[in-house]
Design a binder for this molecule. Structure first.
Ligand SMILES: Cc1cc2nc3c(=O)[nH]c(=O)nc-3n(C[C@H](O)[C@H](O)[C@H](O)COP(=O)(O)OP(=O)(O)OC[C@H]3O[C@@H](n4cnc5c(N)ncnc54)[C@H](O)[C@@H]3O)c2cc1C
Ligand SMILES: *[C@@H]1O[C@H](CO)[C@@H](O)[C@H](O)[C@H]1NC(C)=O
Ligand SMILES: *[C@@H]1O[C@H](CO)[C@@H](O)[C@H](O)[C@H]1NC(C)=O
Ligand SMILES: *[C@@H]1O[C@H](CO)[C@@H](O)[C@H](O)[C@H]1NC(C)=O
Ligand SMILES: *[C@@H]1O[C@H](CO)[C@@H](O)[C@H](O)[C@H]1NC(C)=O
Ligand SMILES: *[C@@H]1O[C@H](CO)[C@@H](O)[C@H](O)[C@H]1NC(C)=O
Ligand SMILES: *[C@@H]1O[C@H](CO)[C@@H](O)[C@H](O)[C@H]1NC(C)=O
Ligand SMILES: *[C@@H]1O[C@H](CO)[C@@H](O)[C@H](O)[C@H]1NC(C)=O
Length: 535
């Protein structure tokens, strides 16, 4: 735990790289052989990995949560490392033909490992379609638009956008190794979101392989499917091969700061005030809070120079005591380095580093806050939960601005009108050899996250609790097949589905019935088809 505590939060997706073998022991049956031979008709053998053929290093190449390579989890029967869209089409067609489901993996950051693993013994029969090689980025500078392959990372996109023009940015997450494919599928929130909304709000077109193996774009897929893939969560509707996005204007110079306040330096008062102040700040200013180790870090991105920022902070949040000495001016692309590494003293090229240490375990739960929590609630969180040795990290991300200006039904992401988002983020490192000790540590860490989440109940979203699908949480419920045994049960899926999507859940299910009625694209929390009676 000591080690976890010394780590700058946003460093959590960095690593020291150490391979572990997969725990998959799925038996190969004859239809898997048929699936493999179907694949090999169109896909070079070097791109098809089975447990007998370097499978483990490919599998681990983008695993970001060791909980899902532990004994008891099921890995894929086969990994197809597509290098062209035709490989994706072939994998889907062969999967349909031979009853092998396909899980798509872009960056592998799914909090519950759904892109490469399953904890459900009834879901053993799947292949992973790895899109890491489909990562081309083409920028159209005159239109400020880009086509981005799903296998690109956010860091690669940030770097390419800024290299084309210093005034191009893109609103997306703070961790550069996150994959474009999963991130845009679930929404995509980051430091530019108060100004420009989610990544998904800035998608203009996409190329998708559907359950029939067809390659479709916006004009051929229709607006229903185009709506669903922009925030309805990965996996359910097809494989998105690439995305056309709008690059957004950023100032040539931006300013960042990170101000630390300890508990004995009014941290509790400041957080209590922050809750109402941050969502109402001018859209050019994003101010998040990270709480760990008995201290709160107020971290900001401002699209403008230091002088105006100091002035703005004085007007809106004088108590924080922000001053000129806190300012660091830089290019926007360097601010993305700062948000991840905690320092801008690194070249922007670090954004191109795709490797990450698979040596950590992760459990995250998240929620949304509509009315500022009272000061005493923060006191309780601090004294009851943040004092514990297993205490991890709270991340508070303000909404408001453009987030609140978009209609909750414009995209599947419905949580537009909250003050802020609350993440309870537990990450731990464990290199011990011995399953029992590792499991015991996991139990303690997970119960901290779940206990704090329970205690938050009176203060956060209600009926249902509102959760962001990119912060995937299997505690909310998992899919079961319906009585016919063929497709995912809609009634059971509503339990978790309305937490992610509220009223948009039913519309997502209607789209699913249209584009994938046989429920080929499925996992523990994929969107089910709408039952015939409800259509
Ligand atoms: C360290 C860390 C930091 C994060 N920071 C942020 C943040 O700042 N803001 C934020 O909004 N989120 C953040 N996230 C969450 C992240 O956005 C989601 O986990 C996202 O889904 C990851 O995308 P991926 O491609 O890396 O993941 P994957 O695990 O590859 O995919 C996630 C899901 O999408 C499906 N999928 C993947 N690619 C495709 C595709 N091309 N077509 C269809 N389905 C697909 C997968 O099957 C899986 O179900 C963070 C996650 C981690 C681990
Ligand atoms: C890339 O990141 C990994 C994991 O943090 C690190 O070990 C490696 O040194 C980095 N590579 C470069 C070239 O910076
Ligand atoms: C496995 O990978 C190594 C190094 O990447 C390579 O030399 C070897 O030929 C591969 N083995 C198989 C069976 O593909
Ligand atoms: C960058 O974009 C701005 C705004 O669109 C434009 O005015 C400028 O000419 C572009 N610069 C380059 C080098 O293309
Ligand atoms: C979409 O695909 C159709 C059919 O392949 C093609 O004619 C059209 O130009 C494509 N549209 C775009 C915007 O690429
Ligand atoms: C707060 O506590 C820290 C360490 O516990 C101490 O070093 C610091 O002086 C204290 N600050 C105030 C304002 O009391
Ligand atoms: C775990 O330890 C045992 C005995 O100390 C050793 O034989 C084994 O190789 C180790 N396994 C790993 C994965 O390190
Ligand atoms: C469901 O599965 C059964 C047997 O597996 C099959 O006979 C039936 O046609 C399937 N129904 C649908 C709607 O696919």
């Amino acid at each position: 735990m000591a080690r976890t505590q010394t780590i700058f939060v946003t460093l959590v997706c960095i690593i020291l790289s150490s391979a572990r073998t997969s725990s998959s022991s799925a038996a190969y049956s004859s239809d898997v052989d048929a699936f493999l031979s179907c694949l090999s008709a169109d896909i070079p053998p070097a791109l098809i990995y089975t447990p007998a053929n370097n499978y483990s290093s490919v599998l681990l190449s983008s695993v970001r949560n060791l909980r899902y390579v532990m004994p008891g989890t099921t890995g894929p029967l086969v990994i197809v490392a597509a290098t062209e869209p035709a490989h994706v089409q072939t994998t889907v067609v062969c999967g349909r033909r031979h009853s092998v489901h396909v899980r798509t993996r872009s960056g592998g950051h799914d909090y519950e490992g759904l892109s490469y693993a399953s904890v459900d013994p009834h879901r053993r029969h799947f292949a992973v379609l790895d899109l890491a090689a489909l990562r081309a980025i083409h920028i159209d500078g005159s239109r400020a638009e880009a086509w981005v392959g799903s296998g690109a990372t956010l860091g690669e996109l940030y770097y390419a956008a800024a290299a084309a023009n210093r005034t191009f940015g893109f609103p997306a997450g703070n961790c550069p190794t996150v994959g474009v494919g999963g991130h845009l599928s679930g929404g995509g929130f980051g430091a530019l979101s108060p100004k420009y909304g989610l990544s998904a709000d800035n998608v203009l077109d996409a190329v998708v392989v559907d359950a029939e193996g067809r390659l479709l774009n916006r004009s051929t897929m229709g607006e229903d499917l185009f709506w669903a893939i922009r925030g309805g969560g990965g996996e359910s509707f097809g494989v998105v091969v690439s995305w056309k996005v709008r690059l957004v204007p950023v100032t040539e110079t931006v300013t960042v700061f990170s101000i630390r306040r300890r508990r004995n330096e009014s941290a509790v008062d400041l957080i209590t005030k922050w809750q109402a102040i941050a969502p109402a700040l001018p859209r050019d200013l994003y101010l998040r809070v990270l709480v760990r180790n008995q201290q709160a870090d107020f971290v900001a991105l401002f699209l403008g120079r230091c002088g105006i920022l100091v002035d703005t902070m004085r007007r809106h949040f004088r108590d924080l005591g922000m001053a000129e000495r806190d300012c660091q001016e830089m290019s926007w692309v360097k601010s993305t380095v700062f948000f991840y590494y905690g320092t801008a003293d690194l070249p922007a090229e670090v954004l191109l580093n795709r490797s990450s240490n698979p040596y950590y375990y992760l459990k995250v739960k998240s929620d949304h806050v509509q009315e500022a929590m009272p000061r005493h609630a923060w006191e309780i969180i601090w004294s009851k939960w943040l004092d514990k040795p297993e205490a991890a990290l709270l991340q508070l991300d303000p909404y408001g601005g453009q987030m609140g200006s978009i209609s909750p039904s414009a995209t599947p992401f419905p949580h537009r009108n909250y003050l802020y988002q609350f993440q309870i983020y537990s990450v731990w490192f464990d290199s011990r050899n011995g399953t029992a000790a590792v499991l015991e540590k996991q139990r303690v860490m997970m119960s901290w996250v779940r206990g704090l989440y329970n205690d938050l109940t009176p203060y956060v979203s209600k009926n249902p609790r509102a959760v962001y699908v990119n912060y995937r949480d299997l505690d909310l419920g998992t899919n079961e097949l319906d009585e016919g045994g063929n497709v995912t049960s809609y009634a059971k899926a509503r339990v978790w589905g309305e937490k992610y999507f509220k009223d948009n859940f039913e519309r997502l299910a209607a789209v699913k019935s249209k584009v994938d009625p046989h429920d080929f694209f499925r996992n523990e929390q994929s969107i089910p088809p709408l039952p015939a009676a409800a259509k």
